[in-house]
Design a protein around this ligand. Sequence first.
Ligand code: RNT
Ligand code: ZN
Length: 424
Amino acid sequence: MSPEDRIEAAYRMAAETYSRLGVDTNRALERLAGIAISLNCWQGDDVRGFEAGEDALAGSGLECTGDYPGRARNAIELRSDLRKALSLVPGGHRVNLHAMYAETAGGREERNRLRPEHFSGWMDWAAEHGLALDFNPTFFAHPMSVSGFTLSSIDPEIRGYWIEHGRACRKIAAEMGRRQGRPCVNNLWIPDGFKDTPVDRAGARRRLRDSLDRIYDQDIDHSLLLDSLESKLFGIGSESCVVGSHEFYLGYAMARGKMICLDTGHFHPTERVSDKISSVLEFADGLLLHLSRPVRWDSDHVPVLDDELTACAREVVRCDRSGDRVSLAMDFFDATINRVAAWVIGSRSVLRAFLLALLEPTEQLVKLEKEADYTGRLALAEELKNMPFGAVWDHYCLRSGVPTGMGWMEEVRRYEREVLRNRT
Ligand code: RNT
Ligand code: ZN
């Protein structure tokens, strides 16, 4: 039997096993094919961007450790690496850019003066490959953010500069949305916060609110642009108080009709983002997830198929029946492993989590729950862990024209030998 025949034979048996539970594997795969993940471009170059300056993350509270060879040093290399990763992941996906990845033809453009043309190289590339782009203003790694404060700064000049940056980025994101014919998600995260206990928390939050109102004062159609705001619990240098906290942005988003971004690393380690999805969707039109793996803290490791990732995927599938209210992005930066492999492992893990979710006999589980048969619910949930989902995944990869099993890793190793190792 050829490897392909073996995969197809295993799939037929798996489909039969699932159908006995009332689950249609073909239908699950059709829905899986509609799930797009936005690949974090910043994994490809350790969050450095193209503005030059070795100390890229200074003052951001973000840490990228490791010195694996082959970091992308410019847009051509970064796009080539992204293409390689995308070719090893089944389905059609997106690319998530930060403003610091502007192409300014060797010169430096101030961030408050960035325009859509600084991203035309990215937009042309995306159009050529049928990809959609998402965007993020960059409020860190800049002389105007070294104080650790941007939109909530006491200094009106600093605040003004970053307000202009926020406004400029909305225009860029809207142009991306126009060109790609589907909305660009523009996510705002700022590093602002206090190392030690502040007194005037309210003042900082009032300034942030006013700055945001100025950034968003122009209505832009939702078919072009979706604005989201990302909170966090603490950062390096903002241990005592983060101005843009979860409550702050949830309140702001509800009051102003914006989306929030839930980053799976941005909450207390015992808190679960999977539990928040149904609450937020009860009131918000949309939600952005930053899928990350927080190892003991906000460590930004590559997502793997663990319980929380699976729980997030299940909640999205259960709560977002139309499949268009939750946007998915990944957020990690790990320079100790091959950066292309990091994207592939992260994306394939997220997709496998969604496949597990789509193969769930949800109606049966809900019925047991409604009947208060918690014993039956627990028993079935455990039994599901024995189902042959790997056979369905292999079939999906085969049918999508991407390598099955560890086959993708051979491709990455070849790319490393032929391309990445030459970047010295
Ligand atoms: C930082 C946030 C933010 C960044 C990226 C680079 O804590 O998670 O999303 O990681 O924008
Ligand atoms: Zn994030």
